[in-house]
Write a protein that binds this ligand. Structure first.
Ligand SMILES: NC(=O)c1ccc[n+]([C@@H]2O[C@H](COP(=O)([O-])OP(=O)(O)OC[C@H]3O[C@@H](n4cnc5c(N)ncnc54)[C@H](OP(=O)(O)O)[C@@H]3O)[C@@H](O)[C@H]2O)c1
Length: 305
């Protein structure tokens, strides 16, 4: 089978497609024939810096949708042929940019039939991040004011929908051409982050109950929008959370069956969907990374085998 791998750290040109043996699922694991794999910022951060995977050779990619091709000993939740999506093994190597991927059965859930594989391939990591921030960590309640910068991005566009599904008043930021998109997801207010530098995009934003620090380096300005009991969830490192006097936490998304099933339930209810920006074949993975690294993806970038 084909799998994207790298032998050195570096720019997108270090990514190459290698021929390797199809992996064998261990006990409690499933083998998934990949239909689509999501591309996330962590993928190019690890490609460049090693980070959670250390020193190459290694393979990035943690988010996928596909069909169960085999089950390991003791798996009761899935059978061969089931359509599943998941975020296996994170933050250990999953190597999801591949034709076949193994992972613990409980790092997957059944794909909702009203999402294509391409959409579901971009759901698990970004969606679990948004779910774990809004539902499990902040416990967003109806009427609360939730601030989501980069609201058109992978995490942001799912977070807007999840916050709305919980009855929140959602304030997003995006560049002007994306405001209609962010409003179509349910946002109540959208501010133009393109105005940054001339005027603070958050100047008119006050009394925020939950701020999600999706964009690195903005924590002090997000903290200034908080209501007295407001909470800030940082996604770009513990240092950022520590910079908030009260209520700053760093969250690193975790694979989790219950969260995946909650996302799938929202999709089935028609309250959550995935916007796919571009689809690339596996052998054009470098192009997908270069596009993602520009930082202007709307929804998700996805690889297909
Ligand atoms: N801790 C965790 O577990 C975790 C999990 C997932 C993601 N993350 C982090 O969360 C961040 C967002 O991830 P993502 O997948 O949503 O990324 P993404 O899809 O690449 O984000 C792209 C979006 O960012 C917007 N953007 C770019 N610069 C901006 C700025 N200065 N202000 C506001 N918006 C801006 C862009 O909007 P325009 O095109 O309109 O400019 C674009 O829609 C990344 O840093 C990622 O590493 C952390």
């Amino acid at each position: 089978m084909r799998r994207v791998t790298q032998d050195t750290l570096g720019d997108a040109s270090v990514l190459r497609v290698a021929e390797v043996a199809v992996p064998v699922p261990g006990p409690t694991e499933i083998l998934v024939e990949m239909r689509a794999a999501g591309v996330n910022p962590v993928d190019w951060k690890v490609r460049t810096g090693g980070g959670i995977l250390g020193t190459p050779p290694f393979s990035v990619g943690w988010e996928l949708s596909g069909v169960v091709a085999a089950t390991g000993a003791g798996v009761t939740r899935f059978a061969v042929g089931d359509e599943v999506f998941g975020m296996p093994r994170f933050p250990a190597q999953a190597a999801a940019y591949a034709e076949y991927v193994t992972g613990p059965a409980r790092h997957f859930a059944l794909k909702p039939p009203n999402l294509s594989h391409e959409q579901a391939g971009g759901l698990a990591l970004a969606g679990l991040t948004a779910w774990q921030v809004l539902a499990e960590t902040a416990g967003v309640l109806p009427g609360q004011r939730v601030l989501i910068p980069a609201a058109a991005g992978g995490v942001g566009h799912l977070a807007v929908q999840i916050a709305k599904a919980r009855g929140a008043y959602v304030i997003g930021t995006a560049s002007a051409p994306k405001h209609d998109f962010v409003r179509s997801l349910g946002a109540d207010e959208v501010h133009d982050h393109g105005a940054e530098g001339q005027a603070d995009v958050y100047a008119a934003v006050k009394d925020v109950d939950v701020a999600v620090a999706t964009v690195a380096g903005q924590v002090p300005r997000l903290a200034a929008t908080l209501a007295p009991q407001g909470a800030l969830i940082a996604l770009n490192g513990a240092d950022e959370a520590a910079a908030v006097d009260a209520g700053g936490v760093f969250l690193l998304a975790e694979p989790d069956r219950a969260g995946l099933e909650s996302l799938a339930a929202l999709v089935l209810e028609g309250r959550l969907t995935v916007h796919v920006d571009r689809v690339f074949p596996l052998d054009r993975v470098a192009e997908a990374h270069r596009l993602g690294e520009r930082g202007h993806t709307t929804g998700k970038l996805v690889l297909v085998p």
